[in-house]
Design a protein. Structure first.
Lengths: 504, 165, 504, 165
């Protein structure tokens, strides 16, 4: 067993990791930037190390600072979470060099799967099919034109070094190609420092389905079910499910087999995720492999009963997988909503700031993986994910009903959040039927949600009550001392006793 | 006490009277609402109205109250007898619109200068927050009367960015 | 489907019921006493009806007031929860008379199982064995002496109308019998209005294991696993588990069969619980049947994936059971700790009062069924149960580790609670091994916990930090205006800005 | 500022100095503790001490502070330069013990009268709360100097029940 694990991350995932370590009896060391003093993960860890200023490139992304904190804390393992340094081969290597176990795959696996082009080439050798298109970066506009014509429009342009929904562009026909090439290249250069791009056939009505795999250092590997990740906004997942409404045991078996071939191709150990695109005829194509814990891992945990973080730790210390493929049992259905500090009524602008009131849901089938607390100021410097709300039910319908119930219980004041937006999505008949593709949310926003006709307002009775509540609050608000005299004629003064109680 | 509440542009005149310790009467447009009320948490009221159980939270914002009821949110302005203590900042003078920062962030680009003629939806400036760049667009055709910020400036939510008239 | 359900209860179970109804889309009406104005269940329900003063005999126990509220709200069903009127045959009959569905069994089943003597007689006809002893109330001290001698000491005296751990007395030998008879009779009379008592053989090293059953109105019945309820303090359950560490599939099958015979004997429909005493040789004896939802139902839900409240509602509206015996699948292990407002360091005195700080645990495998919120004043008038903390794990060990983790995250200030006590119990080697009987906690308290040698105090470092924190808090406390002048020389004055932030 | 903390009967002399905005130094028995401190919630402090991350909550009680650290609770009295502002009420004059109600409740029975001689652990009165009857016993052999309550009286936590000397 590890003596101490350094958590090289922040926010909800750092809290998730600390909880797993605590259950295993392993002490934890947190790292924090200046913006994260007093963050929940810092409060919960056993030790805490400052690693620099707020910008992540000066703190959470600085390999030497993380290694230094690990050495100071005498941690013998580092868990990178997701994002930041989780898929950075140099970081994995730096851990090795410092004789600290990196809780993840080998640096070589990260490097191989980190390049989409190399990854596709590697999996093709094992017979795993990718979306038709180029594998190598395209060398000229002319080449692009030829390839696009041979594949047939619409096509996608994608940054070779990209990920997370950035550096992607849909091209409907040849007339758009030239400007699309220019824009994608410049976006790729500024976002990833590399302007290499490639072409892919655009799959119509695509769904995004991924397979969770587990592989140990002894050559054993299993797949533990899929996740439906089709519900995305601007290529960012916002709702995930397990199982997928369109995957049956046969398709699950075939996708799982393909995922295990990818594991072989990558010589992979650790938990990992193989992403596939599934078309309207349920053909599936390899997209990429994420060589780390996924944001949406809880839906798999709820359905399989496995703790993926604990399994990562076990694999990292050299254990064999504790279960065989035939022992993987899926039960019921789980759903995750990513609760963001953002304003759906204002183009989903981020909404950092102080959380003045926080009431989280609980009860049957509800799990809230949060990284914040009441009184915490969500910093401006990082991803606005504040919590992952996950529900489980014996069926997809029950899981969905619980999510609606939990969203109604969830109250965050002081900042804006997408909780109300999720409630609308979950009421949508197509979502309820499981009938959607990756464009579902963007279409819903464009054609319904953002239309003036779709004014989200209250029924008359509720409007009146809202006005009364605001007036009552207004009448009870603190008044500057100079005004207190004038204030004394207000009807509220009888109520001094009550106010005293409230402020205690 | 008398108050004016403004919701979605609609004005409601409210007269509040405390009837008993935990009962208030609100008269709105000649109609009387008798409500059991309990301040269950700071800024959270539980109302019982005609046997309905309703929970409402009220959070003061820069210029308005954000009221949450049944999971829905709405901005409410309250004006009391002593004058307009809580008014929306977005409502300018006739034909004038104040643009305020929707979130804290950094101004990475100013796209227009004071005095410039702008079209509706024309980009005025770009703010970066949480790694996202967000373009602030003009809500109307008009002239940029004032720019409240410069490039590289840090802004807080509610800071004046520009006035278009 | 029911149009509206009246929740004839309060506290955590009322909240639990409202959540189930909300997931089913059924509006709810709460009832509340004067002490429960603003209680969590009242806040969460769609409607609320006042039913009288704080004492439950003037509110929650008054059948006419509950029925009247149901009629006013136009509810077509009433869920009684547990306690209060849940096992009151007159109440079930009053619901029938008012043409409101009672979500529970028939009045006849309640009456039959409510009398221990009748219940034992009824199940004996179906071949279900009870603990050796009398069935009829004993008529004289002389008869008691004869019976006790024939069964052999030690024996238990029990109130015929009793339950919930009241009206029980262990008699070690004949010399104690006379005073025990007198005391048990008087306790029975004052607690249950009936001084009938009976004699039972005292089972040594007994464990309390109960079987959850489900039976519909069409004659279908299944058993859905057992609960281990041996961990009791003064005959009140405090920790429950599913499965029981001593029950294997064979024993589970045999106990389940016996439980279904009890269902037949009672002509029972609804969810129900058949309680057994299990001796050191794993022989089991029928104790009683609880004809209602059990406090500890969540551990069964976590392991079987069933929602027992929803199943109760489905049965009440006449549905057939949606699953067969062979479809019941148990997975992993669950554990429940009953969080009470009580002071373990002061003889477990109740500790009602205002909750000034409440932080509830969450994350993987944790469910908190709470009835309170920060700022709520736990009233003096009712049972001091404030929450049920439930964990699930793939094994008993994981469930236990999660419970330890969750107990550490749980923070309740302003009132005292038994959270720290549970942390000690969970560290006990015998508990960890699952090796205990019903006297475990009382022995632990008497021989260890309450001994002066077992002083729960802090390590030196933590003591010093605690002292510093108290001093910092003291230096920051509000000072009366008259003292503010004097106060201005304190080092803390620099910190006005920070104080301003904290109070916002 | 100098403070005296009393924990489990032990006295600790503490000198607090604010070194920087978020750093304090506490000197106790000649030893210096330098701590990062952050008031993360009202009454909750996060301390970083020698890389250890420690969270401590402080809740004022009638006479002491209830301090919670790592899930353990302890009562701490603080005496500052202006005198004893937070002292335990349980500590009476030499040989005298004040018994206070451990919880709110109702006095259902008073078992002794003023002036009575009582043994250690002899029952003095019975309080009922939450349907449980709890007997309050004498912590020492002595004489009942005073009874603070009568039968059927309602008491609050901390109310004086009796003085035994």
């Amino acid at each position: 067993m590890f003596k101490k694990i350094l958590i090289a991350n922040r926010g909800e995932i750092a809290v998730r990791l600390i909880r797993a370590c605590r259950e295993l009896g392993i002490p934890t060391a947190a790292v924090y930037s200046e913006a994260d003093r007093g963050a929940l993960h810092v409060r919960m860890a056993d030790e805490a190390y400052a690693i620099g200023p707020a910008p992540s490139r000066e703190s959470y992304l600085v390999i030497e600072r993380i290694i230094d904190a690990a050495l100071r804390s005498h941690a013998d393992a580092i868990h990178p979470g997701y994002g930041f340094l989780a898929e950075n081969a140099s970081f994995a290597k730096a851990c090795d060099d410092a004789a600290i176990t990196f809780i993840g795959p080998s640096a070589a696996s990260i490097a191989l799967m980190g390049s989409k082009i190399q990854a596709r080439r590697a999996v093709a050798k094992y017979g795993v099919e990718s979306v038709p298109g180029t594998v190598d970066p395209i060398r000229s506009d002319e080449e692009a034109r030829t390839i696009a014509a041979s594949i047939g429009y619409p096509i996608m342009l994608k940054a070779s070094g990209g990920g997370g929904g950035k550096g992607l562009r849909l091209v409907a026909g040849e007339q758009e190609l030239e400007s699309a090439l220019r824009n994608t290249r410049s976006e790729a250069l500024s976002a990833f420092g590399d302007d290499a791009i490639y072409i892919e056939k655009f799959v119509e009505k695509p769904r995004h389905v991924e397979i969770q795999v587990l592989a140990d250092r002894h050559g054993n590997a299993i797949h533990v079910g899929e996740r439906e990740c089709t519900i995305q906004r601007r290529h960012q997942k916002v709702i995930e499910e397990c199982p997928s409404p369109i995957v049956d045991p046969d398709l699950r078996g075939r996708m799982g087999e393909a995922a295990l071939k990818v594991v072989q191709a990558a010589n992979y150990y650790n938990a990992g995720t193989v992403e596939f695109l599934v078309d309207a005829r349920r053909r599936f194509y390899f997209l990429e492999m994420n060589t780390r814990l996924q944001v949406e891992h809880p839906v798999t945990e709820m359905v399989t009963g496995l703790d993926l973080v604990k399994l990562q730790i076990a694999i990292a210390r050299g254990d064999k997988l504790p279960l065989k493929q035939t022992e993987v049992v899926m039960r019921g259905a789980a759903m995750e909503c990513r609760i963001y500090a953002e304003d759906p009524d204002n183009k989903f602008f981020p909404s950092p700031g102080k959380i003045v009131r926080l009431r989280t849901p609980s009860g049957p089938g509800v799990r809230d993986d949060s990284g914040v607390y009441e009184g915490w100021t969500v910093p401006i410097d990082y991803d606005p994910l504040i919590s992952k709300l996950v529900t489980w039910g014996s069926s997809r319908a029950e899981s969905m009903a619980r999510m609606q119930r939990a969203l109604r219980e969830y109250q965050i004041d002081g900042i804006k959040s997408n909780i109300g937006f999720f409630r609308e999505i979950l009421r949508h008949p197509d979502f309820q039927k499981g009938d959607f593709d990756t464009g579902f949310i963007d279409r819903f926003i464009g054609s319904v949600y953002d239309q003036p006709a779709h004014k989200r307002t209250l029924q008359q009775g509720d409007r009146t009550l809202a006005a009364i509540a605001a007036a009552v609050f207004h009448s009870e608000r603190p008044v500057p001392a100079a005004e207190a005299e004038k204030h004394s004629d207000m009807f509220w003064k009888l109520d001094a006793r009550r106010r005293g109680l409230r402020s205690s | 006490m008398k108050y004016t509440a403004i919701i979605d542009g609609e004005r409601l005149e409210i007269e509040l009277v405390r009837v008993e310790r935990d009962v208030i009467q609100a008269e709105i447009a000649g109609e009387k609402y008798v409500l059991d009320v309990q301040a269950v948490e700071p800024g959270v009221y539980w109302f019982r109205w005609k046997d309905r159980s309703v929970e409402i939270s009220v959070t003061p914002n820069t210029d308005t109250y954000v009221v949450s009821i049944n999971g829905q949110r709405i901005d409410v302005e309250i004006i009391d007898a002593r004058g307009a203590l809580r008014k929306a900042g977005q409502q300018g003078h006739a034909g004038t619109v104040e643009l305020r920062a929707p979130m804290p962030g950094k101004v990475v680009k100013v796209l227009v200068s004071e005095g410039a003629a702008v079209d509706m939806n024309q980009g005025l400036l770009v703010i970066e927050a949480m790694k996202m760049q967000n373009e602030i667009k003009s809500p109307k055709k008009g002239t940029v009367r004032k720019l409240g910020v410069k490039e590289t400036a840090a802004v807080n939510a509610g800071d004046l960015l520009a006035i278009v008239e």
